[in-house]
Design a protein around this ligand. Structure first.
Ligand code: C2E
Ligand code: MG
Ligand code: MG
Length: 431
């Protein structure tokens, strides 16, 4: 690559042309490799490399950087139009790459993401251009699968900011910048406080409150979520024991903890997440029936992944139950419900938002509640904000409710107060 880069640079200077680096990364390659084996993974890379070669000119260079990353050097771009030309090649390549591939007799659709860096606009030297292309590719991935992104200065700032944020995660955990909030869940019929969802927050010592929609994906991509996720579980279990010791949990208070699918996909297939959780339960004395793990519906699509299966089977044997979170947003098949020890469905708040105004949303919620009853699952309506929504959900027969109407996410002393006064949903809603 270094040689080709030198040549490209010399030629571009001589002919007054430009060139671009296209940084390519395949989405979901690891899943194919893990589920179909390395032979199929290699076969896939060969097929895709062949397509790339066919679609590029002989003057362009295609190199594999290792794993599922490729770099394409596009030569002879027009100085006035280099960006548009590079973008149109990326569009063409994306279309070509997303055509189905047959592996072991089945068709798979693979998506790729491209980051584009232009010489000399985004860097004079190979090192710098590769970094720019990488940052742009990262941004393309962040925006969703199967797209491209041209490097830009604000992107550099964003990438640097993210990098700094990632680096500050381990010390932040050490210095107690992470903390938990608890959002109450009530039984609609009896009004009894059923449990609470545990929600993670980060108060950065310099930057203040960092959005979890920002830092959780970063922690997932750099692997810190493994450490952070276990910290959340340990903290929640300790809190539960502290409440029990004060005599505040005469009836079981179910704590529901969110986990990312990444936590279940650690290499090795030795169920390391489930084992670590088992150790936390033993250490804190919490029974598996006191805890629920929330996994978003979209994660259920990966049910065939061997590392995930190993964890799920271990969790099931331990007696841990799970909730399918954000139900209705993830296109999971109902069959995948059976592959997980799920005992609860959480209807996503996009359906609850207009449930009292929109007949379609109401019909969907009714159907989900009916389905859950047939399958013997508990149903939580998420994001309930008004009395009107609550009353309709009561009429529909939905079992549990969580939302700003019955209680915002709150620090542990506030939930403790609710426990101490044996708070009832109906106390606050019957006027
Ligand atoms: P989620 O699991 O669906 O959590 C529910 C989200 O809905 C929370 O957002 C909560 O504050 C919000 N919410 C609750 N009631 C209402 C309501 O009535 N109206 C509206 N508009 N919103 C309501 P939050 O705390 O920002 O969390 C966002 C997401 O971050 C969570 O979605 C969850 O997927 C993730 N998350 C939070 N804590 C953790 C964690 O410890 N680990 C992992 N992996 N993910 C977490
Ligand atoms: Mg949740
Ligand atoms: Mg949710």
């Amino acid at each position: 690559m270094a040689d080709r880069f030198k040549t490209a640079k010399a030629r571009a200077k001589r002919d007054n042309t430009r060139f671009a680096l296209l940084f390519l990364d395949l989405d979901g390659f690891k899943a194919i490799n893990d589920s179909l084996g390395h032979g199929a993974g290699d076969e896939l890379l060969k097929i895709l490399a062949e397509r790339l070669r066919e679609q590029t000119r002989s003057t362009d260079t295609l190199a594999r950087l290792g794993g599922d990353e490729f770099v394409i050097l596009l030569n002879e771009l027009n100085p006035g139009d280099a960006r548009r030309e590079a973008e149109s090649v990326a569009t063409k390549l994306l279309a070509e790459l997303s055509l189905p591939v047959v592996l072991k007799g089945r068709e798979y659709v693979i998506h790729a993401s491209f980051g584009i860096a232009l010489w000399p606009d985004h860097g004079e030297e190979l090192e710098i251009l590769l970094q720019a292309g990488d940052a742009a590719m990262y941004e393309a991935k962040r925006k969703g699968r199967g797209g491209f992104q041209v490097y830009g200065r604000d992107l550099h700032t964003q990438a640097n900011f993210n990098l700094a944020l990632e680096r500050s995660m381990p010390p932040a955990l050490e210095s107690n910048q992470f903390y938990l909030l608890y959002q109450p869940q009530y039984e609609i019929d009896s009004g009894r406080l059923y449990g609470a969802e545990v929600l993670l927050r980060w108060h950065h010592h310099k930057l203040g409150e960092i959005s979890r929609n920002h830092f959780i994906p970063l922690a997932e991509s750099n692997g810190f979520i493994h450490t952070l996720g276990l910290w959340v579980l340990r903290q929640a279990c300790r809190q539960k024991q502290a409440w029990k010791a004060k005599g505040l949990c005469r009836e079981n208070l179910h704590l529901s903890v969110n986990i990312s699918v990444t936590q279940l996909l650690q290499d090795g297939g030795d169920a390391s997440f489930a084992r670590a959780l088992e150790a936390i339960l033993t250490e804190t004395g919490v029974h598996p029936s006191e805890l629920k793990l929330e996994l978003t519906e979209s994660a259920f699509g990966q049910s065939q992944h061997p590392d995930l299966r190993a964890n799920i089977e271990y969790l099931d044997r331990m007696g841990i139950r799970m909730a399918m979170d954000d139900f209705g947003t993830g296109h999971a098949s109902l069959g995948s419900l059976k592959l997980f020890p799920v005992d609860t469905i959480k209807i996503d708040r996009t359906f609850i938002k207009d449930v009292a105004k929109n007949a379609d949303d109401e019909a969907i919620v009714r159907a989900v509640v009916a389905l859950s009853k047939t399958l013997n699952l508990k149903v939580v309506a998420e994001g309930v904000e008004t009395k009107q929504q609550l009353e309709l959900l009561r009429e529909i027969g939905c079992g549990l409710v969580q939302g700003f109407f019955s209680g915002h996410p709150m620090p542990s002393p506030e939930l403790e107060k609710l426990l101490a006064e044996r708070h009832h949903l109906n106390n606050s809603t019957s006027t």
